[in-house]
Design a protein around this ligand. Structure first.
Ligand SMILES: Cc1cc2nc3c(=O)[nH]c(=O)nc-3n(C[C@H](O)[C@H](O)[C@H](O)COP(=O)(O)OP(=O)(O)OC[C@H]3O[C@@H](n4cnc5c(N)ncnc54)[C@H](O)[C@@H]3O)c2cc1C
Length: 455
């Protein structure tokens, strides 16, 4: 029976689901899969994106772990495609590769002052609070007033993590350095800005509602944002999700807050709609001093137009949460406009739109950085359905022997981690948390993760 030696690059949900679906697929060949991951630990943004106070979503790791534990997938962690292993290497040892490298960078926001001191990308802050090994351990949290630009779930995660009292994160897997950083935060007001109205937001009701449950945080919404036009009213009437969002916001309008001389919380989370970012105002030292925006109004078709009215709020820090963006990989086609690997249903395409033999993509790097973890499963199904049928396009490796890869990595002096190593690190983190009644305490420094994994 023929054998498919498959390399998957990226051990986030997309890569792991692809492995699972292929192993369960009806096929006329044997399969052996090696999963390469640049971090010493698997699970991508489930470990390093999903906020620590979302244990239900973090729990998806249990299902992903079951896939890895099946026994027929090898994990090579701490191995970066493009540096530690190349496309040429993969062609020598495999029949095909699937790239599932996701997205970790922030999309840009092109407004004056966005590079000021105190202006941050949401993705960097997320990486910090989730203990990503490649970002600094310390995060400046000396700002009392902060702006968050964006109306998606990442903007809500960032706002919630900024506004939440650090003690309320203690039962979660929040890393120690993050807890300490947040504990000393000077924040009192978090202002979230969206270009359009409440009926056009991208966040989901559950994540929105959660903000209203934060201890000692008042939600502040502004009456002027609720003068709905016909398109907004129609969206509220016809879309259950929008209806729930409106209901949550309407309830907050009635709560005591600074708007109606009520509200006693020590922190406030303000939601501003119809606000088009114009720029970040800086002080003489180049530090963030204010956020400037133009008030917009509905254009009657679900969009907005500027009103010419310019406003400003004093702030000392600003976070842009306007989306993630994929990164190019050496020797692999890349669409720099959309931040994805160009592909047709997962088959990677070259610049002339021709299928590149043996090279596939799945997950956020295939489709762009939108959608939930569950969506990466349908992505993987589509990609695998092509891989299974594409036998004529597979590579003919000169050395498909399974022992060749560990030998190659060892020869290059790469301290790779494997599945047993991950179990060791996982157990270690859980044990660190146990005496404190915490789910786990994440190990953050890369060298420590590698040391514990390879012990
Ligand atoms: C802040 C945030 C919060 C989120 N919260 C939720 C939520 O609550 N619920 C939900 O359903 N979804 C949530 N999502 C979405 C979810 O994380 C994504 O849908 C999913 O992670 C995408 O999976 P992926 O495997 O394509 O990419 P990723 O999860 O990014 O995984 C890609 C993997 O590839 C690795 N990699 C990258 N480059 C290389 C390389 N050169 N060599 C080797 N390995 C490489 C990365 O290290 C990473 O492990 C959230 C996303 C973000 C950003």
């Amino acid at each position: 029976m023929t054998k498919l030696r498959l390399a998957i690059v990226g051990a986030g949900p997309a890569g792991i689901y692809a492995a699972d679906i292929l192993l369960k697929a009806e096929r006329k060949f044997d399969v052996s899969i090696d999963l390469f991951e640049q971090l010493p630990a698997p699970y991508g943004l489930v470990r390093y994106g999903v906020a620590p106070d979302h244990p239900r979503i973090k729990g998806i790791i249990t299902a992903l772990r079951e896939v890895l534990d099946r026994g027929d997938i090898r994990l090579f962690g701490n191995v970066r495609f493009g540096e530690d292993i190349t496309l040429e290497d993969l062609k020598h040892h495999y029949n095909a590769v699937i790239f599932a490298t996701g997205a970790i960078r922030d999309a840009g926001l092109d407004i004056p002052g966005i590079d000021a001191i105190g202006s941050y990308g949401a993705a960097d802050f997320v990486s910090w609070f989730d203990g990503h090994p490649d970002v600094p351990r310390e995060w400046p949290l000396d700002a009392a007033s902060v702006a968050v630009i964006g109306n998606g779930n990442v903007a809500l995660d960032v706002s919630r993590m900024l506004a939440k009292h650090a003690e309320d994160l203690l039962p979660t897997e929040v890393p120690d350095n993050v807890y300490q950083g947040l504990e000393s935060s000077a924040v009192t007001d978090v202002h979230v800005f969206g270009r359009r109205g409440p009926a056009q937001v991208k966040f989901t009701p559950l994540e929105l509602r959660e903000l209203g449950e934060l201890r000692d945080v008042d939600m502040v919404v502004y009456d002027e944002d609720f003068d709905y036009d016909d398109a907004s009213r129609a969206a509220i009437a016809s879309n259950k999700q929008v209806m729930v969002i409106d209901r949550v916001l309407q309830a907050w309008r009635k709560r005591p807050s600074v708007n109606n001389a009520g509200g006693e919380a020590s922190r406030r989370l303000h939601l501003h709609f119809y606000a088009k970012p114009l720029g970040v105002v800086t002080d003489d030292d180049g530090r963030v001093a204010a956020f400037r925006w133009e008030r917009t109004r509905p254009d009657g078709e679900g969009g907005v137009v500027g009103t010419g009215e310019i406003r400003e709020v004093p702030i000392q820090a600003i976070y842009r949460a306007v989306g993630y963006f994929g990164s190019p990989l050496p020797d692999i086609p890349f669409d720099g406009k959309h931040g994805v690997i160009p592909n047709h249903e997962g088959q990677v395409l070259d610049e002339d739109n021709r299928v590149v033999p043996g090279v596939y993509a799945t997950g956020w790097i295939k489709r762009g950085p939108v959608g939930l973890i569950g969506h990466t499963k349908s992505d993987a199904m589509e990609t695998i359905s092509h891989l299974v049928k594409d036998q004529a396009n597979w590579w003919n490796p000169s050395n498909p022997d399974e022992s060749a890869i560990p030998a190659l990595l060892a020869e290059r002096g790469i301290a790779y981690t494997d599945l047993d190593g991950w179990h060791r690190l996982d157990g270690h983190e859980i044990a660190l948390g146990e005496p404190h009644g915490r789910a786990r305490i994440k190990v953050v420094p890369r060298d420590e993760m590698v040391r514990i994994s390879r012990d």
